[in-house]
Design a protein around this ligand. Structure first.
Ligand SMILES: Nc1nc2c(ncn2[C@@H]2O[C@H](COP(=O)(O)OP(=O)(O)OP(=O)(O)O)[C@@H](O)[C@H]2O)c(=O)[nH]1
Ligand SMILES: [Mg+2]
Length: 409
């Protein structure tokens, strides 16, 4: 029996002499117990498993010579290099599973199917409203609208656009400049708009120097705050490196309600909202806070819609259908805290030589809203005016009493 077993072992060993070591081990262990064989197969299976992760298990000697020589190249990079040398899989597999071609989905439309804001179809109603507008507050002749914003935003262009819409001819009274390196408007200037040969509209605009990121460039925030309270005289030339002081001839010490600003409008080009410098945004916020403290209503005009959106450039009717422009309105609202209902998209007159109803519509809608907000403000600021008059009256009475007393002495 011992001889028979030894002979069997000898035959098995000879039969496996050409096999790899790990298989030999398996067979030898087979004679010692079943579990040994399983352990060997498991190791074998594990090896196959790790190899099966790669599409093509490559032995080093099978690799091209130039790859074998890269002994110091990391394993990952070697695999990457080798992957580039793998045969074309479609060539290897003669029967690839054919994938049905995916139907190409058209890109989403840049326009909403319906406008998110509807404007009146006729501009006549707005024109009539503006023509007949008169401030109800006694002693106030004009509603004063101050425009502020970054350099080259289109502030002066907006004044020209309003002038053009209301007069029906393209005008260019407020000088504008295409080269917007630094502010083109340097003086504080009031623009009245002619209604007919004898009269003017009861709305005036104040143009101001543009805001810049640099502390010593552009209009000073303090100057805008002074303008809000009516302390800046007509024609005052802004000094970028210093704000207006009480001793300056451009400073108006006792402004009337007529001199004060009744509506503040922030003008920003819609195509550069996300590019606005943080410092400019900070200045815009400061001005907004100062106006809020004074109770002055605020609106915003987003200009250059034609430059920002090709669909609007080709057809201004798409103004409130453009998804991009609506997104910019929302972004601007979040940036400054101005509600969306107070932000208006506008295309200024800049290259046109005639006026068009399509361009007039958004300008008139924004202007009517400015007048409505401003009129509400004038009604509510009655008390502050009465108080200032009362103080003046008390002071004059005191002077008269003092004078009479001195005469009696
Ligand atoms: N395409 C287009 N261009 C505009 C629009 N509004 C203004 N512009 C142009 O933008 C440039 C600057 O406009 P201005 O009105 O001078 O800007 P501003 O805010 O007064 O600038 P500063 O006085 O320098 O602070 C001019 O060349 C205008 O023609 C608009 O709605 N569309
Ligand atoms: Mg200007």
């Amino acid at each position: 029996s011992v001889c028979k077993d030894t002979f069997f072992l000898f035959i098995i060993s000879c039969a496996n002499s050409d096999e790899p070591a790990h298989l030999k081990k398996t067979v030898t262990k087979d004679l010692n117990g079943h579990s040994s064989e399983i352990r060997g197969l498991t190791r074998n299976r594990q090896k196959n498993k790790s190899e099966s992760k790669k599409p093509y298990p490559i032995k080093k000697q099978d690799q091209p010579a130039h790859l074998q020589s890269h002994s110091r190249t990391s394993r990952a990079s070697q695999e990457k290099i080798w992957d580039n040398h793998l045969p074309n899989q479609s060539h290897v597999n003669p029967h690839p599973h054919p994938h049905p071609p995916r139907p190409s989905t058209p890109p989403p439309s840049p326009l909403f199917s319906e406008p998110w804001r509807t404007l009146p179809t006729s501009t006549q109603d707005n024109l009539n409203f503006l023509k007949s507008y008169q401030p109800r507050k006694k002693g106030v002749k004009h509603l004063r609208i101050l425009l502020h914003g970054p350099v080259g935003a289109g502030k002066s262009s907006f004044i020209n656009s309003v002038d053009s819409v209301l007069r029906g001819i393209v005008t260019s009274r407020a000088e504008t400049d295409a080269n917007t390196g630094s502010s083109f408007t340097l003086k504080y200037q009031t623009y009245k708009i002619q209604k007919d040969d004898q009269s003017f509209y009861s709305i005036v605009f104040n143009d101001i120097m543009g805001l810049e990121a640099n502390l010593n460039n552009g209009v000073q925030v303090e100057d805008i705050k002074l303008a809000l309270r009516g302390h800046v005289r007509e024609g005052y030339k802004f000094k970028p490196n210093g704000s207006l002081t009480k001793n300056d001839p451009g400073y108006k010490s006792y402004p009337s309600l007529d001199d004060k600003v009744h509506v503040l409008v922030c003008v920003v080009p819609v195509d550069s909202i996300s590019l606005l410098d943080d410092k400019v945004v900070q200045k815009l916020r400061e001005v907004r806070l100062a106006a809020s403290d004074l109770g002055i209503p605020q609106l915003a005009i987003l200009t250059k819609v034609d430059r920002a959106c090709p669909e609007v450039e080709s057809n201004i009717h798409n103004l409130h259908k453009s998804k991009y422009l609506k997104g910019q309105v929302e972004q601007f609202s979040a940036m400054l805290g101005i509600p969306i209902k107070s932000i208006f998209l506008v295309k200024n007159y800049e290259s046109e030589i005639n006026t068009y109803d399509d361009i007039n519509g958004p300008i008139l809608t924004a202007l009517r809203q400015m007048v409505t907000f401003g009129e509400d403000y004038l009604v509510t600021c009655v008390h502050s005016v009465d108080n200032s008059k009362l103080i003046l009256l008390i002071f004059l009475s005191f002077l008269v009493l003092l004078f009479s007393y001195l005469i009696l002495l």
